[in-house]
Ligand binder design. Structure first.
Ligand code: 5RP
Length: 224
């Protein structure tokens, strides 16, 4: 199986965890697209009655086009289960997210959710986080000063681009990708970044996930 087939495998495995009546957080990315396709099939064929809360406008568009009912996070009082992708996952189920630029809404929905599951192909599993790079979402006002501060710390920042323009998140913010390789102290870095004025959020997701479904050549493996 190639990487896309492994992503489809975990998307289809994860949809089985969604039960009638649930409020479900729907993540963002190419793996989650397979989950949302599979969820659309269940809604259509089984009459599954769920409410989805999405983490990006892209996922909202896909889900609504498939007949899945979507509400804003503020229209629901809880989320039962959120299923999302990830860019790297370590043995503690700590991860890096934001490759698709949706890390802020993803972390907010994750935070509101009783249970959180990630779906990843096996290439996402790592011993130590960092080689992927670390996305940091910043407010546009004065963003070059945040960039310079990150540069001065030796974090090798790069603007996330969309063609010749700086990439804009659904919230209208910018993303700076840090490229300094493996991260020695995750908690320390997470605290340091979130305390920087102008930083809205970063892509380190620590202590946030209960279950990871890994797409392996011999089938989906459920961890946790
Ligand atoms: C978006 C994300 C995605 O979940 C992450 O980038 C994984 O994406 P994909 O399933 O396409 O590999 O964090 O912000």
């Amino acid at each position: 199986m190639d990487q896309n087939e492994l992503k489809a495998l975990v998307g289809q495995a994860a949809v089985k965890y969604i039960e009638d009546g649930m409020i479900v957080g729907l993540g963002t990315g190419s793996t989650v697209r397979y989950l949302v396709d599979a969820l659309g099939e269940r809604v259509k064929n089984e009459g599954l009655n769920i409410i989805g809360v999405t983490t990006s406008n892209r996922t909202t568009e896909q889900a609504t086009s498939l007949g899945i009912t979507i509400k804003d996070l503020d229209e629901v009082d809880h989320v039962d289960l959120t299923i999302d992708g990830a860019d790297e996952v370590d043995p503690n189920f700590f991860g890096i997210k934001g490759g698709g630029g949706a890390l802020l809404w993803e972390k907010i929905v994750n935070n509101a959710s009783t249970k959180n599951m990630w779906i990843v192909d096996e290439s996402k599993l790592v011993d130590q986080l960092g080689d992927f790079g670390l996305p940091v979402e910043v407010i546009p006002f004065g963003a070059s000063h945040v960039f310079s501060a990150l540069e001065a710390k030796g974090y090798q920042p790069e603007w996330r681009m969309d063609g010749d323009q700086k990439y804009r998140t659904d919230e209208g913010n910018l993303i700076i990708d840090l490229r300094f390789g493996k991260i020695a102290d995750l908690e320390q870095l997470a605290n340091e970044l979130i305390q920087m004025v102008g930083v809205v959020e970063h892509g380190l997701f620590l202590h946030r996930v209960d279950t990871v479904i890994v797409g392996r050549q011999d089938g989906p493996e459920v961890l946790g």
